[in-house]
Ligand binder design. Sequence first.
Ligand code: GLU
Length: 269
Amino acid sequence: MEEVTRFAPSPTGWLHLGHAHAALFARRLGRRCLLRIEDIDAARCRPAFAEALREDLDWLGLAFDGPVRVQSAHMAEYAAALEALRVRGLLYPCFCTRADIAAAASAQHGPSGLVYPGTCRGRPDAAALLAQGAAHAWRLDVARSVATTGPLSFQERGEGRLPCDPRPHGDVVLARKDVPASYHLCVAHDDAAQGVTCVTRGEDLRPATAIHRLLQALLGWPEPRYAHHRLLAGPDGRRLAKRDGAPSLRALRAAGHSPAAVRAMAGPA
Ligand code: GLU
């Protein structure tokens, strides 16, 4: 199959071997492979990291097709998608703080962290709070949304069609208090906008697919195929992560490793 894939890093640090693995996986699977910079979180992302990652990918010998999409340049598109859901009554404003959510007796852990207990769903003073300018996020009413789409599924490479259910995630945030968009909204939007036919990403993001399938179904976006890849582990057997000091590609380069050696370390996709 002639797939269009993408590599979609967030410029919150230097790329490490786990990213190289993901990028090589996307490149190998895609006849066309796109690069997307997921930088909506201005507090965590740095332009210097975005520049550095492009340089690291060049050094590794990875070429991407088409223009690079930089999410922070497309906020109006995310706002339009959000509005389309809001006018259908599928979103509600949420005024809770993280502490409120954690303290809620009913807060449960779900596939993507704490499940929102629904405190602000159907809140009678929501309009008044909005009028006062109270800080708020926008959440998707997931149960109501699923009631409109019916059961969902996705096509996983090598596994066939798998059922998926976004409801265990609870009412996810589509627009944050500090950023008027969210990971789920931007990823689903951009995969459609960029014509991605096969979403390649780490296994850790497989649970999010249920939410992305829901957004695609609600907004009439095409359904891509999915190929989730294994996560690279460090010598201790734990998955590589920048917070645990996984060696960056630039550190490996500075230590004298060649691009071919680093590609080999990143392992077969
Ligand atoms: N930006 C995400 C990350 O760096 C990847 C998003 C995706 O592939 O869906 O983990």
